[in-house]
Design a protein around this ligand. Sequence first.
Ligand code: SF4
Length: 447
Amino acid sequence: MSEQITTNLPDKATGQTEAGNYFVSNYPPFSFWTPEQVADALAVLDRPAPTDVDLGLYVHIPFCRKRCHFCYFKVYTDKNSKEIRRYIDTVLHEMRQYAATSYLQDRRPKFIYFGGGTPSYLSADQLKELTDGMKAIFPWDDAVEVAFEAEPGTLTENRLERIRKMGVTRLSLGIENFDDHILELNNRAHRSEEVHKAYDYARSIGFDQINIDLIAGMVDETDANWADCVQKTIDMQPDCVTIYQMEIPYNTTIYAEMKESGKSTAPVADWHTKRRWVDEAFAALESAGYTVTSAYTAVKDPDRIKFVYRDALWTGADLLGLGVSSFGHLGGTHYQNEANFGPYLEKMEASDKAGAAIYRARTMQGEEPLIREFILQMKTGHVDIEYFKTKFGVDVRERFSRQLALLADAQLATVDGTIQLSRAGLLQVDRLLLEFFLPEHKGARYT
Ligand code: SF4
């Protein structure tokens, strides 16, 4: 191959895990979202409602029992029930304001996502209050998916029953690892015994879909333990398995410790090892009858098991993001809410205007919507050429011919009637996606 695939990711030279973001979740990068563009997001709300764009709701629950050492989200481990009630009231107030705008009035969500933080940190009563309130504002009758993230140690039978009653169709369990020593060392709140208890009860009350999250490369992970985690996952027979490769962004406890001790390498496995672990997990899952459907997921029955939230977002659906630091996307403009708890509450409580909590935004311009959808579709390992021709009038094989030739030369993809990533390409797709960014976005710190 005549030209190397160059990225600004830290594993380029050595393969060691250094500080920085690996996972690409949106485009353009967040560092290009600005307070100056908040006016664009607010202007969208005055437009007439579109008739051909699906709507989703994302509700951010920023509370956790403990802060995991690898966590890069803004989470709060010290809020009491009074503060949580206030937060729920504020999210409902925020939602009511949006529901009164011409862009969102009378629209019905097709999918709903409760993310965090830990949504299952809320008590059964708090969950009821939140979801009854939400349903009164945006009825869920037409929603095809209600997804809910849960930390196994919070899932009492009472709480699981409430979650089921809320209409949750996809329960996602953040298990991450089955070894108590590794869970403890990484400051994870739950232990393996709680995993099995929660899973068995969740199964018995009949969720449509249960997903298990794992992380390849937590501190102290070994070949033997990883193989054991994969086997235990297969034994549980979840509908879907999601595996992330451990990254160490700058706002993690692990990075703070690295900085203090003057280390540039994180105390976790290198990227080659993490890719190998995911590769081995995918191979074992395939042998057990699962199908790999993206760089991170394997599902038991791909005809039945869908992830509507992900697929709708990746193809340009509107997402109304609610709550502190939540991300949304309306009418071609990305936005993010105020990232700190107190200021979020204060801004919302002081205002009767929709969008009062938005602190930065980015309206996509020129080729950005095309690139966004292209890179997100690459994460599935397969790009539908006709989709891009129909939607954008562009043959992506021509538009990205230089980058695709590099991938093909390195045997990371094949390009003919379609674009198909090889397994090696899929396992490092986030690293490769940076090649497809516009030049002005390439050097961005991806946070
Ligand atoms: S449970 Fe998730 S959101 Fe909460 S601290 Fe751990 S990684 Fe962060």
